[in-house]
Design a protein around this ligand. Structure first.
Ligand SMILES: Cc1ncc(COP(=O)(O)O)c(C=O)c1O
Length: 448
């Protein structure tokens, strides 16, 4: 079989996987569809823009440290839930050096991926106050965190960032906060999927309102420093904008998955302010032995979920942080490959009549990085995902990320290889004839 694939063939694969529309398909389902197609087209690679898997080798310093720890017999020993001191100390040094934040090592705790950190946090947050039962998410956002709330039966609402930036931001956020229904707000900076970055001014607003209404801010740093418009690894101003400047009501989630290309080992660090760690919530006594937020979170919740975090991965994490803290920029420089591939692929999409959907970052051009969003003025997102799949290009819809737009898709550049850049051009050149068939209704997608 060769590209472009027929629309009937795509419909058949959708049926096989049990997917009604590509627009509603989860990343997992898109990956399943891609795997089937890849097996059936001979020697013609799919160009994969779907899953956010790091496309770089793991940071070797971590691998070496982990092997050494394993050879020393660490695999036999249960890790302490607080984490090993080296990893905690290096996290604390990192925050001081690259965020100008004073946070003691005793407030940094390893977790099995930052997703475990958010999962544990949602459990405790939903129990701190009988009225404050909900989490507020800044959307478009990372779908799995909302899935976590659903799994836990924790209610949540979303605010649509692109619609409320600028003058409206404070008023709208305040409207949500003053309902008294939210225990916490969560955002990632840069944002998955749009790569928009909350500005220092916006973070100040969030911080001040969180103080006023006693709302905990979860700052998800899955893409720390990957807003390549600034170099946040100099150890000097400008430091990366962060909520920690404006409130002491925070939880930070720092992931090794993207910055160190270490996603497979599921290692991250949750840190919280001393104020929040010690803060007592009487309502917690309905569930926990401890009424302090920190102890309920670490000693009871994290301990219940996994009794600590993979021991050898903590050694890797400590070594990788230490290396950056000591000035090694190898892994940061390697990340620039994503910036380069975002620039190159974006230009090819623009050449074929696509446009970037969320391209205005408060008047600044968007950074090039891990993700960006595109649309085609003549196609809705279902037609777009279909047409791209027909020419061997995979992506995910923005609908599953909570976008209010019905026309956009997310492009993740991490998996594209240098030699596929030209191929992308060739593949997109086939799209016009497919697009015309949609426009003239010559082809209609069969929604099952
Ligand atoms: C915004 C965001 N947060 C968290 C994660 C997951 O991080 P981890 O691998 O540390 O669980 C991702 C992964 O794609 C993400 O995009």
């Amino acid at each position: 079989m060769k590209f472009p694939l027929s629309i009937d063939y795509i419909s058949k694969i959708k049926k096989q996987i049990g997917v009604d529309t590509l627009n509603n398909a989860t990343i997992r389902e898109i990956v399943q569809i891609s795997t089937i197609i890849q097996k059936e087209v001979d020697n013609e690679p799919l160009i994969r823009f779907d899953k956010g898997i790091p496309g770089l080798p793991p940071f070797e310093i971590g691998v070496d440290a982990e092997i050494k720890a394993l050879k020393n017999g660490i695999a036999a020993i249960y890790p302490n839930v607080e984490g090993i001191s080296d990893a905690k100390e290096q996290m604390s040094i990192f925050y001081k050096k690259f965020m100008n934040l004073n946070i003691g090592s005793e407030l940094c705790f390893p977790v099995s991926g930052s997703l475990q950190g958010s999962f544990a946090s949602f459990i405790v947050l939903s129990k701190i106050d009988a009225k404050k039962k909900k989490i507020l998410f800044v959307d478009p956002g990372f779908q799995v965190q909302k899935q976590q709330c659903e799994v836990l039966s924790v209610d949540y609402d979303t605010i649509n960032l692109p619609e409320i930036r600028g003058n409206k931001f404070e008023k709208i956020l305040k409207g949500y906060f003053e309902t008294g229904l939210y225990s916490a707000i969560l955002y990632s900076n840069p944002n998955n999927p749009t790569w928009l970055c909350l500005s220092d001014v916006e973070l100040k607003v969030i911080g001040e309102l969180s103080n006023q209404f006693d709302i905990i801010v979860i700052e998800d740093l899955a893409y720390f420093g990957m807003d390549f418009r600034e170099d946040y690894f100099t150890g000097q101003e400008p430091f990366m904008p962060s909520i920690t400047k404006y409130t002491s009501n925070y939880i930070l989630l720092f992931s090794s998955s993207k910055i160190f290309s270490y996603a497979g080992q599921r290692i991250a660090m949750l840190a919280l302010s001393e104020n929040l760690y010690k803060k007592e919530y009487i309502n917690l006594s309905n569930t926990f032995k401890n009424i302090s937020f920190g102890k309920a979170l670490i000693n009871e919740t994290l301990d219940s979920i996994s009794s600590g975090t993979c021991h050898s991965a903590q050694y890797a994490f400590a070594a990788m942080l230490q290396s950056i803290n000591n000035g090694n920029k190898d892994c940061i420089n390697a990340l620039k490959k994503y910036e380069k591939h975002a620039k190159l692929t974006k230009n090819i999409f623009l050449k074929y009549g696509f446009d970037v959907l969320y391209n205005d970052d408060l008047g600044r051009p968007l950074a090039d990085g891990f993700y960006y969003t595109i649309y085609h003025p003549k196609l809705d997102s279902e037609e777009l995902l279909h047409s791209l799949l027909q020419v061997g290009v995979t992506a995910i819809s923005l609908k599953i990320a909570g976008s209010k737009e019905d026309k956009g898709i997310r492009i993740c550049v991490s998996q594209i290889k240098d030699e596929q850049i030209e191929l992308l051009d060739a593949r997109l050149s086939m799209i016009n004839s497919i697009k015309e068939k949609f426009e003239t209704n010559e082809v209609v997608i069969h929604y099952q």
